[in-house]
Design a protein around this ligand. Structure first.
Ligand code: 0RA
Length: 646
């Protein structure tokens, strides 16, 4: 047994081994400032602990030494990660001959990297490889078992401090490493691992490491479940998955994996007949949300290769302008992964790859693979170029439509006739309600505070088109009215400084039509005025579903469950009059003001970019040709009003 003493940070120190003290000092900073090492101590940080341990096994898989990783959430709220790699070395470390390498790895900050040779280092969610020692430091209890040289070695730790030296506890067949930890809840705010969150990230890791089986098991009482990820196709499987609700233009994704110098480049892409781009990029397993040199190289290759090919086949005529980057992005689904020894990240969130050499490496790999694909499958090549030409034409038409909107603006700066504007002129104090239907629009106009609230009624179906694209959206009178009312213009020349309202509120009925209109509007804002969303200026108004009148008192509730609860609480003697609103139009101006517009009493939901992305996905599903998902969606949502927030 180790004799424990306390230092000033409350870390219990084991008293064995003089050299130990130095190393223990090494883990103190992690417990002092956990946020610096794992991002936060909330649920995200908790999951980060798991990813950190899994990353080490992924490193071993990347080295080609491991093809199976099993993660188990235990009954005791522990997590164990087991792999069939070579096992962390247990031999004395050359630089510290009295200590097992395993112990140094577990108790020294950043030790992982030093022992990993010149392999690629995997990283998690923006915090790159702080090492399993950080997890150890933040664990009430941790245990590592290593199968190596036909022996099972083991060491245990408390708060990162070894309980005893590494020991052999039995024989072993095969090799591998198993790390089990229970987070220290005096530092971590929660120990409640979320199966679905872990599964999502592990799935991503499986896509990025083809041929590796990743299994997640939940053994906690009452929530027993498991899932296994294995993707032989790597990023090709990923792209197929992303396109699963869309109509693809190519039978199979183009897929290439190639090593250039020390960089491993993997790319998969497949066009669909939609109008947006879905592009994921990773560097050493980290999702590079802000792109970087690998994405730049990819885009350059795509534009150049498609132009070259279009010219060669004659689909692109001499008089035609080159396809632009935007033209080749429409309907593109792609995934890029690079693995390199010294990845450099930049930006606030470290989400952008900075290594300049990667640009040409990716560009060359993609150019070669794509040119070959186009040569070998000319029928697909033709379809892709045709699609890009369509995008170019649409962009041209959109430009003309936009000019029209602008010219109209210049000649006649009057606001839409249906707009009931507010009297306040300072945009940041103004709100614009976009209201479904003329009748609700009328109530809103009467009920509002005209000083700062403006109303624009939206009549009927906003867009009665099967396939909404920018040019068609812009021909919709309703969308033109919205753009004119907002004052920003649209497209490349959009000017947010001209925005006439600080806040935009979508007010639609709680039925299928309402949800359709809301999905369309969210998609429009997501695709054409994304900044309104990222600035947090877009909201969804929440009109009540029921009015419950008891005597002279009126109460409003927002769901069936709330209504049932309210009535149950009233008890037997009361006789409430319950009124279900079929639409906003049934509310009189006072009710609309009180429940949905008065800042003091209303509930409004801020639209996040995730909401908008979901709406965009729903939109593409609703507009797509696949009938079943659309039918299922409409059936599911016709019943359940709560889920209409798509
Ligand atoms: C460096 C060298 C060797 C194995 C590992 C790292 C290793 C680390 C981890 C962490 C989790 N699972 C792991 N599996 C392996 C072994 C080198 C050799 O045997 O020659």
């Amino acid at each position: 047994m180790a004799i424990a003493e306390r230092n000033q940070t409350g870390v219990k120190k084991s008293a064995y081994g003089a050299s130990q003290i130095e190393i223990l000092e090494g883990l103190e900073p992690v417990r002092k400032r956990p946020g610096m090492y794992i991002g936060s101590t909330d649920i995200r940080g908790l999951h980060h602990l798991v990813y950190e341990v899994v990353d080490n096994s992924i490193d071993e898989a990347m080295a080609g030494e491991c093809d199976r990783i099993v993660i188990v959430i235990g009954k005791d709220n522990s997590v164990s990660v087991e792999d069939n790699g070579r096992g962390i070395p247990v031999e004395p470390h050359p630089k510290s001959p009295k200590q097992s390498t395993l112990e140094i790895v577990m108790t020294t900050l950043h030790a992982g990297g030093k022992f990993g040779g010149d392999g690629y280092k995997q990283g998690s969610s923006g915090l790159h490889g702080v090492g399993v020692s950080a997890v150890n430091a933040l664990s009430a209890h941790c245990r590592v078992e290593v199968k190596r040289g036909n022996k099972l070695h083991m060491q245990q730790y408390k708060l990162g401090v070894p309980v005893a030296p590494v020991r052999v506890i039995g024989p072993a067949i095969g090799t591998g490493t198993k790390t089990t930890f229970i987070p220290d809840l005096t530092i971590m705010e929660t120990g409640d691992f979320q199966f679905d969150t872990l599964a999502q990230r592990l799935r991503e890791m499986a896509y990025l490491n083809r041929g590796v089986t990743i299994k997640l098991v939940d053994e906690r009482e009452g929530q027993e479940q498991e899932t296994t990820f294995y993707f032989d196709g790597g990023l090709k499987s990923f792209v197929r998955h992303l396109n699963k609700n869309r109509n693809v233009v190519m039978a199979k994704p183009v897929h290439v994996e190639k090593k250039v110098d020390k960089t491993l480049v993997e790319v998969a892409l497949q066009y669909n007949d939609g109008y947006s781009e879905t592009l994921f990029s990773f560097a050493n397993g980290i999702n590079t949300v802000d792109g970087g040199s690998h994405v730049t190289g990819f885009r350059a290759a795509l534009t150049r290769t498609l132009n070259d090919y279009g010219r060669k086949t004659g689909q692109l005529k001499e008089a035609d302008a080159n396809l632009t980057g935007d033209d080749v992005r429409e309907g593109l689904t792609g995934a890029i992964s690079v693995k390199l020894p010294e990845a450099q990240f930049e930006g606030q969130t470290k989400g952008k790859l900075n290594n300049a050499e990667v640009r040409t490496q990716v560009e060359n790999v993609v150019t070669e693979a794509l040119a070959k694909y186009l040569e070998e499958t000319p029928s697909e090549g033709r379809k892709i170029i045709e699609k890009c030409l369509n995008s170019a034409r649409a962009r041209d038409a959109a430009r003309k439509a936009r000019d029209l909107v602008r010219r109209k603006d210049a000649l006649d700066s009057t606001l839409p006739g249906k707009l009931a504007d507010c009297s306040e002129r300072r945009a940041d104090r103004c709100e614009l309600y976009l209201v479904e239907g003329d009748s609700a629009g009328g109530s809103a106009k009467q009920g509002r505070d005209r000083h700062f609230q403006a109303i624009l009624p939206l009549r009927g179906k906003i867009l009665n088109v099967e396939r909404a694209r920018l040019d068609r959206m812009l021909t919709s009178e309703t969308i033109k009215d919205i753009i004119t009312a907002l004052g920003t213009g649209i497209g490349e020349t959009i000017d947010y400084s001209k925005l006439r309202y600080g806040r935009l509120l979508l007010m639609t009925d709680a039925d299928v039509d309402g949800s359709h209109i809301r999905t369309l509007l969210l998609t429009f804002f997501f695709r054409h005025m994304e900044k309104l969303i990222t600035n947090g200026q877009l909201y969804i108004a929440q009109p009540p579903l029921y009015r419950i009148q008891v005597g002279k008192q009126r109460h409003y509730v927002f769901s069936d469950a709330e209504k049932d609860e309210f009535i149950a609480r009233l008890g037997e003697s009361k006789n409430p009059a319950v009124n279900r609103y079929k639409g906003l139009g049934e509310m009189d101006p006072e009710e609309l003001w009180e429940t949905t517009m008065n800042p003091a009493t209303r509930t409004i939901l801020q639209v996040t970019i995730e909401d908008a992305i979901k709406a965009d996905e729903t939109f593409s599903m609703l507009m797509g040709d696949e009938v079943m998902p659309r039918k299922r969606f409409i059936e599911a949502h016709a019943k359940n009003v709560k889920n209409l927030d798509v």
